[in-house]
Design a protein around this ligand. Structure first.
Ligand code: XUL
Length: 477
């Protein structure tokens, strides 16, 4: 019998990625489908459509299904042995939502293994273009939600965040108010993560606590939907969302579609999918006291936290690997776009020039933004040592990287293993003991601290200016 393996998926903004690991946690397979390049028929840019108001941003939901068909075919033609897969989990870009039309559950359940999935599912979505995390078109819904909950701080106390435009409750409220008929025809609303799990399960997958915390709808302490929030967004929302579940839940076996079409074992388990940032927390094996920084399409900073106090900035999410604790998250929406723009404008489009310019710039911003602790870096730009050096100087802490830049994918594969044993009180840390330790990449430049400290105040002022200047799209939190 072939050695068991575990799959981790990442339905991210620009591509679909997969990783397979063996029982020793070694990566034995990696693949991806790039939406713009491999599925040009959808005509996306960076995997998305930016609409004429410049605020609405969506992705075609069928593109995600077709990408799954394509990546599975790629795996099959490269001889990947699907029968080895014991369990899988996955990640999705956070906040995005998928609207299943009435009756779709039957189509999902009975999809013919003779056909690629996207052909069977093409009539299943009441909203063909899913709003995603880059959308910022729901300012009026945000104001209404905060008002209904007695203010921004009160909403944050309940759900972990004040109202944010990309958060799913506000997106649902917009769809309901603009097109109540479409909402009425919708029997189920999934997050990108639970939508992806549904494709494998052949049934509607529940939303997990951790990704569910990015909706402005979940009471993060009680881990149940907040009735006042649901009522403020749209009628009949609770039945359209289903019950949220712990992130480590085993949702069931894989749908027969995959056994018949690709040769998966009918026993292969689907562990709840979660958001990409929560999955990265698992992939980076974050411990209390560590700070993780992910340099991707968005730049995010997150930490494991025991007793959070929700504030008006940033987000508190349920922890994806330990239901008793939380994770704090800060998100800067235009991370890689900003870096690419600076590279193009100031470094003739070359990363080498960009790195040279960085290293010739005198360090200057000793943060003390955070206590000195390990920083773990991941995401595309974490390959660039000069960028890591700036991080190390700003935070005045050593920066470590892990072997893969795909921490959400790897974390999903770890979570697949964890899901099989979590009920026996085995922690994720126990499961991933064998994984290679993060590697020290850079340490702070001596003297950097004194240089950076005075810049903090100026940075905060500039940040406020940019955030409150609607004409600027440089930095949007
Ligand atoms: C987090 C956020 C982004 C997306 C990117 O709040 O909006 O990091 O998860 O996929």
């Amino acid at each position: 019998m072939a050695a068991p393996c575990y799959l981790g998926w990442d339905f991210s903004t620009q591509q679909l990625k997969v990783i397979a690991i063996d029982e020793q946690l070694r990566v034995i397979y990696e693949d991806n489908v790039h939406f713009d390049k491999d599925l040009p028929e959808f005509k996306t840019q960076g995997g998305v459509y930016i609409h004429s108001d410049r605020l609405s941003v969506t992705s075609p939901v069928l593109m995600w299904v077709k990408a799954l068909d394509m990546i599975l075919e790629k795996m099959k033609s490269s001889g990947f042995n699907f029968s080895q897969v014991r369990a899988m989990s996955g990640a999705g870009q956070q906040h995005g939502s998928v609207y299943w039309k009435k009756g779709s559950i039957q189509i999902l359940k009975n999809a013919s293994s003779e056909l690629p999935l996207h052909q069977s599912l093409k009539g299943c979505f009441s909203v063909s273009d899913s709003p995603i995390w880059m959308d910022s078109s729901t300012a009026s819904q945000c104001r209404a939600l905060e008002k209904a909950l007695g203010g921004a701080q009160h909403l944050a106390n309940v759900t972990g965040s004040r109202a944010y435009e990309r958060f799913t409750g506000n997106q649902i409220a917009k769809i309901y108010s603009q097109n109540p008929e479409v909402y009425k025809q919708t029997e189920r609303i999934s997050l990108v993560s639970s939508f992806a799990a549904s494709l494998f399960l052949g049934a509607y997958a529940p939303i997990d606590y951790s990704d569910g915390s990015g909706m402005n709808l979940l009471q993060i302490w009680e881990k149940a939907w907040s009735k006042p929030c649901l009522d403020a967004c749209a009628p009949g929302l609770e039945e359209r969302l289903g019950c949220p579940v712990p992130s480590h839940s085993v949702l069931g076996p894989i749908s027969p579609y995959y056994s018949q079409r690709y040769g998966f074992s009918p026993d292969c388990k689907i562990v709840a999918f979660t958001g990409d940032n929560p999955a990265s927390l698992a992939g980076m094996r974050l411990q209390e006291g560590d700070i993780a920084i992910s340099l991707g399409t968005s730049d995010t900073l997150f930490l494991w936290i025991q007793e959070p106090t929700p504030a008006l900035e940033g987000h508190i999410l349920c922890n994806p690997v330990d239901s008793q604790t939380y994770m704090a998250l800060l998100c800067f929406k235009n991370g890689s776009l900003m870096r690419e723009r600076i590279r193009d404008e100031c470094a003739s489009g070359s990363w080498d020039e960009f790195s040279k310019a960085l290293s010739s710039t005198v360090a200057g911003n000793s943060g003390n933004l955070v206590p000195r602790t390990r920083i773990l870096a991941t995401g595309g730009a974490s390959h660039n040592k000069k960028i890591l050096q700036v991080l190390s100087d700003v935070f005045n802490a050593p920066v470590f990287t892990i072997d893969t830049a795909n921490s959400a994918c790897l974390g999903s594969a770890y979570r697949a293993i964890h899901g099989l044993v979590a009920e026996r009180n085995v922690s994720l840390a126990d499961v991933v003991k064998l994984a290679p330790e993060p590697r020290l990449a850079v340490t702070p430049t001596p003297g950097a601290e004194e240089l950076y400290r005075p810049l903090l105040k100026r940075y905060a002022e500039l940040e406020q200016k940019v955030i409150y200047n609607p004409a600027s799209s440089c930095l949007v939190k």
